[in-house]
Design a protein around this ligand. Structure first.
Ligand code: KIV
Ligand code: ZN
Length: 386
């Protein structure tokens, strides 16, 4: 086994789909699941079967439609949920039940009105029960981000002994700082005696904008599964974004980690999910935002035209884009204008660039962005009325 292989667990269709307004039909979910398979994710969390008949059916149909990734179904720590998940996963070639319970004192007291001891017993019973149906059981310790580390370690050790193959340490409320979250994972590596029998998974929420940073801190400290969604969609401020984690691990390949992600499919699946879920991607979103590879200031445009890597640490082709974008605005310089005019077929040595540039600035001051049609007008070849 490659000790640096990081498994990608996608929960776009479960944690992502919980977002109000993002609900998909079963047919739409199958389309997304197939694209996730082509993207190379290792695990698809297909739904929470007991939550509704529609979600149950989606897990059934995704299990039939997808063959490479493990298909995972979520449950709470009770037999009815686990029965529903096991039955929804009947047709999956590779299947996993994801069961769990709150691990923080906050959840134990105010969500379950219970005690640490009783919650530990429920966790162990749920894992044992799930193992009756499947060999692959993932346990989540909800709100682990705010849980006491010693109790969390006790819980994780007990569920691994009960048969959990993956242990998920969610920062459910996006509370931790990267140092804290990384230290929590390291604490488990150092204090759970049977930790080598399971894979540690990280599942981070983005309430403080730290989901991706926390996920990477988790990997550096020993986690080997990352739970993510496309475009970072998910409860409240969202989950860790798959494309960010994949491109961080690829860009920082010197760290030695590898995933099975075919990054060239990232841009297309980002668009697909955004359109289907009616959830626009913010223009300045890392990796997949409209402006992620767009250069607009004159200094940057000049630098990037001289050598792309002056202002780009990522190659747009690596995520499936054909090129970067040099946006013409009143902040652009002669070099960017020349680049676009040459692209449109004008021979710059035959025209006076200074004179055209002066007219360009006048035009650009009255518009947000200059497009190809505007350039044709500028050169006397277009109809200014359009
Ligand atoms: O954020 C969380 O804790 C979860 C669990 C159900 C895994 O989504
Ligand atoms: Zn979550």
């Amino acid at each position: 086994m490659d000790k640096n292989r990081v498994y990608v667990f996608d929960t776009t269709l479960r944690d992502g789909e919980q977002v109000p307004g993002c609900q998909l039909t079963t047919v739409e979910k199958i389309i997304v699941a197939k694209e996730l398979e082509a993207l190379g994710v290792d695990v698809i969390e297909a739904g929470f079967p007991i939550s509704s008949p529609g979600d149950f059916q989606s897990v059934v149909e995704i299990s039939k439609a997808v063959s490479e990734p493990v298909i995972c179904a979520l449950t709470r720590a009770n037999t009815a949920d686990i029965d529903a998940a096991a039955s929804a996963l009947e047709f999956a070639k590779r299947k996993r039940i994801h069961t769990g319970i709150g691990a923080s004192d906050m959840h134990i007291k105010y969500k379950f009105n219970s005690t640490r001891e009783a919650i530990l017993e429920r966790a162990v019973s749920a894992v044992k029960y799930a193992r009756k149906f499947v060999d692959d059981v993932e346990f989540y310790a909800e709100d682990a981000g705010r849980a006491d580390n010693a109790y969390l370690a006790q819980m994780i050790e007990a569920v691994i002994a009960a048969g959990a193959t993956v242990v998920n340490i969610p920062d459910t409320n996006g509370y931790c700082l990267p140092e804290q979250y990384g230290a929590k994972i390291k604490y488990l590596v150092d204090h759970v005696s049977n930790i080598d029998k399971a894979i540690i998974s990280v599942h981070c929420h983005n309430d403080l904008g730290l989901a991706t940073a926390n996920t990477i801190a988790g990997v550096i400290n020993g986690a080997r599964q990352v739970e993510c969604t496309i475009n970072g969609i998910g409860e409240r401020a969202g989950n860790t974004s798959l494309e960010e984690v994949a491109m961080i691990l690829k860009t920082h390949h010197a760290l030695g980690y590898n995933t099975g992600i075919n990054s060239k499919r990232i841009y297309d699946i980002s668009n697909l999910v955004s359109n289907m879920m009616r959830m626009p991607v913010q223009p300045n979103k890392a990796i997949v935002g409209r402006n992620a590879f767009a250069h607009s200031s004159g200094i940057h445009q000049d630098g990037v035209l001289k050598h792309r890597e002056n202002y780009e640490i990522l190659d747009p082709e690596d995520i499936g884009l054909s090129s970067n974008a040099i946006i013409l605005t009143a902040r652009s310089g002669r070099h960017a204008l020349k680049h676009h005019l040459e692209r449109l077929g004008y021979k710059i040595d035959k025209i006076n660039l200074d004179e055209v540039y002066a007219r360009f600035l006048e035009m650009a001051d009255s518009k947000k962005e200059i497009n190809d049609h505007d350039l044709l007008v500028l050169m006397g070849d277009g109809d200014a009325g359009h």
